[in-house]
Design a protein around this ligand. Sequence first.
Ligand code: PMP
Length: 411
Amino acid sequence: MSTAVSTSVEQIRKEFPVLHQEVNGKPLIYFDNAATAQKPKAVLDALSHYYEYDNANIHRGIHTLAERATSAYEDTRKSVGKFVNANETEEIIFTKGTTEGINLVAQAYGRKFLKDGDEIIISQLEHHSNIVPWQILADQTGAVVKIIPINEKGELLLEEYRKLLSEKTKILAVNYISNSLGTINPVKEIISLAHDAGAVTLIDAAQAAPHHPLDVQDIDCDFLAFSAHKMYGPTGVGALYGKRRLLESMDPYQGGGEMIKEVTFEKTTYNDIPYKFEAGTPNIADVVALKAAIEFIQSIGYTFIHDHEELLLNHANKVLLDIPGMTPYGQASEKASVFSFNIDGVHPFDIGMWLDAKGIAVRTGHHCTQPLMDWLRIEGTVRASMAIYNTIEELDIFAEALKDIVKKFKK
Ligand code: PMP
């Protein structure tokens, strides 16, 4: 799989053992990809190969296994660097995931450089991971969090954003793609406007990594965070990209082994980047398997991914929009393969449970975007988020299942 170019979804599906099972007596249809994507064999093999042959702690050992584990870990760093088109490999820091990447920037950059009255701009579309770390930072420093509003389609209002920007703006942090609505934000333009105001920029690329090529030099962000598990890789690992100049100016995020040059009781000197931000034994096996996930995506290519997911989204609109009582949320002109909705008179949790009984996995609730749900004046939605292995036939079964549920509740 790592080298072959997949041209059919049937072939791709064969790479995902988990898809080939029945759930509640029906073939599994997995539409919860925005929460976490399933893992191809290449990723599972990388994990078990690491533990079967190479397991050792990294950087410190001189024995063969330690050298193998270290080079596999550092190979992933190179691979991530290329994946996001970083200028230098040292600009890649391994984290637990997007959440940790954003917290790292808020604490290691924000706490050092922000002061009372400074402003942090986020948007109405953000996941709690890109809200709460900034609120904590605001409490710690006296900075203020400002919100870019959206329109009815779930698109950011750029004119309003321009008005929020001023010399007080110190950080701009927005998502690339909204997990609840699928909106693809014009991040290059947003970043350029923030830079004109002198702010530092962070992109939450959690939902972008599986769907959209990442190019940190092209969009010119200062920081970018993503999680492996949403891009067919393992849970518990992700990466933060940061520009060297900024990373070097920051304080460490956590203290411990590996992040130091020298420790005495009087004074400790810190390691160079990226190690300064990787205290303690990292999640070595999952970092190693992240490389397999990147290679999996590259073997398919974002063009194929884009075309297939666009086909799925168009088909979802075709078969779902005229279901009685259907209210879709998020109709942005640039949109990823997410279909969020409610059906009049049926609670989203009930829909989720009835779908599960038919082997269909969707997410229901606020999707960790409560301020967005408040803006929409709803408690939550049902969200079907599609990935490279989903099919038109699955969407047809989904549409029929929803029609049955509507009939059942209308009785
Ligand atoms: N941002 C967005 C847009 C997300 O969808 C998610 C995950 N749902 C996160 C941040 C947080 O990612 P993680 O839980 O992997 O840290």
